[in-house]
Design a protein around this ligand. Structure first.
Ligand code: BDR
Ligand code: CA
Length: 314
């Protein structure tokens, strides 16, 4: 199995991504960092501990990360999307496990140093902890094998402003540093995540499967579905974080994912948090013009909702 470190802001779709990683046979989940985003880092860490315990993985260490972002304080997250508790108002059984004594940034560095060239990093929240890890260990991009982030929008509209996606908008400075650091990095943003759905039939199948975890996930999804119902006219959700997890595990085929430079708008203007991907090469038929640049997912193949459900049910 491939060693994976997860950094997240659990969060309803983060919870699905965690369940996906635990259910994926090729993954050795070596640690999880918690960052503020959907909820405060401490709340996300609690949700992650509780979820991992339900999944029978209380052995996976959870590390508390940054409460505030690099250049501004955390101001309350996205309770209208994920519930004030991050789990859609559903109280998960409280695990006896607690966060480790090591910060998320240090734990990521330690995990990378312990297995040079092997670790894969999945970052599905704001990139604050990863940016802090780069301060601890500037060689991190050489120590880590691959990074997949959920964040940004290259051509799609934003989801928190006209142009910005939530994870990047929460900490644009951190995102700029991580995208610039020289990782072998894949950006899984709104261009692809908005097109992959979980429907009511998927949620009902989780509830009907009746294990404590599938039932909890089905219940947690109800609040998230109600948020997306305002947009899609029926209860359902898009699959941001699980899709990024599926890319990391190699279960999602990237139909179009050119390597192109990506800049992040770190200003305080209307473009704050925008990921500006230089896609001009696409028009000229040389999409992979920039070999060292991030890979930006623009299209994926298949129906990931069905794949996700199947794995969560096994
Ligand atoms: C991203 O922001 C968070 O709300 C979700 O968990 C996901 O990581 C989507 O923009
Ligand atoms: Ca997230």
């Amino acid at each position: 199995p491939t060693p994976v470190f997860l950094d997240c802001d659990t969060g309803v779709d983060d919870a699905l991504a965690i369940a996906w990683l635990v259910a994926s046979p090729g993954v050795d989940l070596v640690g999880v960092g918690a960052v503020s985003g959907n909820v405060a880092a401490a709340t996300g860490a609690r949700n992650t501990l509780d979820l991992l315990a339900m999944l029978g993985r209380e052995d996976v260490p959870v590390h508390l990360g940054a409460h505030d972002f690099l250049d501004h304080p955390f101001t309350g997250g996205a309770p209208h999307v994920h519930g004030a508790d991050g789990t859609g108002g559903v109280a998960l059984p409280r695990a006896v496990t607690e966060v480790s004594g090591t910060s998320a940034a240090q734990a990521l560095v330690d995990a990378a140093r312990a297995r040079p060239g092997e670790l894969r990093l999945l970052a599905i929240g704001p990139l604050t902890n990863v940016a802090l890890a780069l301060e601890v260990e500037p060689e991190l991009p050489r120590l880590v094998r691959e990074v997949v982030i959920m964040g940004g929008a290259a051509m799609a509209p934003g989801n928190v402003t006209a142009v910005a996606e939530a994870n990047i908008h929460n900490d644009p400075l951190a995102a700029a540093r991580v995208l610039d650091a020289g990782f072998d990095l894949t950006v899984v943003g709104l261009d692809v995540t908005m097109h992959q759905r979980f429907e009511e039939e998927h949620r009902r199948a989780l509830l009907a499967a009746g294990t404590p975890v599938t039932r909890a996930l089905g219940e947690v999804l109800e609040f998230y579905f109600a948020f997306y119902a305002q947009r899609f006219g029926r209860p359902c959700s898009v699959l941001h974080d699980p899709l990024a997890a599926g890319v990391l595990t190699g279960d999602v085929a990237l139909a179009l994912a050119p390597r192109v430079p990506v800049e992040v708008d770190t200003s305080d203007g209307p473009g704050r948090g925008q990921t500006i991907a230089d896609l001009r090469g696409l028009y000229h038929g040389f999409p992979d013009h920039f070999p060292g640049a991030p890979r930006v997912a623009l299209e994926v193949e298949g129906d990931f909702g069905a794949v996700l459900l199947e794995r969560l049910l096994t």
